[in-house]
Design a protein around this ligand. Structure first.
Ligand code: BGC
Length: 429
């Protein structure tokens, strides 16, 4: 357990002495679900689950906490846990699941029967299953897989600016961005929130350093990779990419920036494929009204993140049935298809990933599934740092601070920023 989780664990053991049960009881039971799926497109996706669970007779208490990337939701969750009142189910990802499980607050028993009956071990890739297991037991159900390193393009805007093809290298990206600027468009829609800055940063690192370099730097946190010439180059390119970002984007939500590309004010956005949920909501078609291409220079790699719903121990034993129903529904074929079509992601089930056409997934999702399976074999599949899959949240916070300060400081020096990155990460470990 890292130090911030240790502090959390200590606070929780005190708070549990004074806690009260707040679960409302009704016929089949009610479950509160804390998540951060609050944009229009994300809400359409989570409403699929809510409807299925309610159809089964359970009450869904919506614990939505606004804020892309989930940092605010995680803060709310920690204070709820400290107050002895965690929700029945919450969206938590990656290594953080292990830290939460180590506090003893997650329930290792409630999903046992469902996982066995529904043969989760056969449905899921081992890498996926291991992320949501603690000491061999499922403490969460994986929901979907997102790819981070995408570039979203409005082809109509590209045409108006005289650009005839999607960029495949950083140089082509800069050339396209220059044309967009000259034609009066915002070249790159981007909300300047730390998680969005780091989403762009990790795509640029992947482009410059390749999957192996990305792994050494952002997953293994290797000193040489973090401070060496390749990272300095990546930071130099990041600064150049940043010159094309929306000047009105400071502090802006990702979906409001996506809307600028959808409405034809901007040409491109670098964002994970939840961005597609906004295009889908606007009734736009992949390949026709918009293009999704891997971020230039990253077509052989796949930065992934797996959304998961963890189950917390509850004082009201009646909640278990609702938790189990949610878990059963989430890995069901019907939900896997409908949720990901709305959300922009791809299913977590192996059988579905191998047969995407059958389920009516669009060209972006089909490309994602094909690349996910191929990159899992060739080392190109890497966990996203910006989306909680690669490091502890404390280390991620160090990345966020240094990257955002670097982007916003007109005098910042890339070699100096690389050193600061390494120092901040070490202090956070
Ligand atoms: C989550 C997505 C979510 C996105 C924007 C990511 O970290 O994995 O499910 O749509 O943040 O909030």
């Amino acid at each position: 357990m890292n130090s911030s989780m240790l502090r959390l664990a200590a606070a929780i053991s005190l708070a549990s002495l004074f806690s009260l049960s707040t679960q409302a009881a009704d016929s089949k039971g009610s479950v509160e679900v804390v998540h951060w799926w609050t944009s229009g497109g994300e809400k359409a996706a989570v409403d699929v689950l809510k409807a299925q669970v309610e159809k089964d007779g359970f009450t869904w208490k919506d614990g939505a906490v606004a804020g892309g990337g989930g940092a605010t939701a995680m803060t709310v969750l920690k204070s709820r846990a400290v107050a002895g009142n965690p929700p029945g189910v919450a969206q938590i990802k990656g290594p953080d699941i292990q830290d939460w499980a180590a506090t003893g607050l997650l329930d290792p028993d409630v999903l046992k029967g469902v996982a066995k009956d529904e043969q989760w071990d056969n449905l899921l890739d081992k890498k996926v299953a291991d992320t949501v297991k603690y000491d061999g037991d499922y403490v969460a159900v994986p929901v979907n897989i997102h790819r981070i390193n995408w570039l979203w393009i409005n082809p109509e805007v590209f045409r108006k600016a005289g650009i005839d093809k999607a960029p495949t290298t950083l140089d082509e990206f800069y050339a396209a961005a220059d044309k967009l600027k000259a034609a009066g468009f915002i070249p790159l829609a981007h909300g300047g929130q730390p998680w969005q800055d780091s989403t762009v940063f990790e795509s640029v690192v992947l482009s410059v350093m390749g999957a192996e370099g990305y792994k050494k730097a952002l997953v293994d946190l290797d000193e040489k990779a973090l401070t060496g010439p390749e990272m300095v180059k990546a930071l130099t390119e990041l600064k150049r990419v940043a010159t094309y970002m929306d000047p009105d984007g400071k502090g802006q939500d990702w979906n409001l920036e996506a809307a600028k590309v959808i409405n034809g004010k901007a040409g491109m956005q670098i964002m994970g494929d939840w961005a597609k949920s906004e295009w889908t909501l606007a009734k736009k078609t992949a390949g026709k009204d918009y293009q999704c291409v891997p971020f230039p220079g990253t077509d052989k790699a796949f930065l992934y993140n797996i959304d998961s719903l963890v189950v917390f121990k509850q004082k009201d034993k009646g909640t278990a049935a609702g938790q189990q129903d949610i878990a059963r529904k989430v890995l069901g074929e019907d939900f896997q298809k409908l949720f990901s079509i709305n959300k922009g992601s791809i299913p977590v089930r192996n059988d579905m990933l191998a047969d995407m056409g059958k389920y009516g997934f669009d060209s972006c999702a089909q490309t994602a599934a094909k690349d996910f399976l191929a990159d899992a074999k060739n080392g190109g599949l890497q966990p996203s740092m910006a989306h909680n899959m690669a490091t502890s949240l404390a280390v991620q916070g160090a990345f966020f601070d240094v990257v955002t300060n670097y982007i916003n400081d007109p005098k910042a020096d890339p070699a100096d920023a690389a050193k600061k990155l390494y120092a901040a990460i070490n202090a956070a470990k």
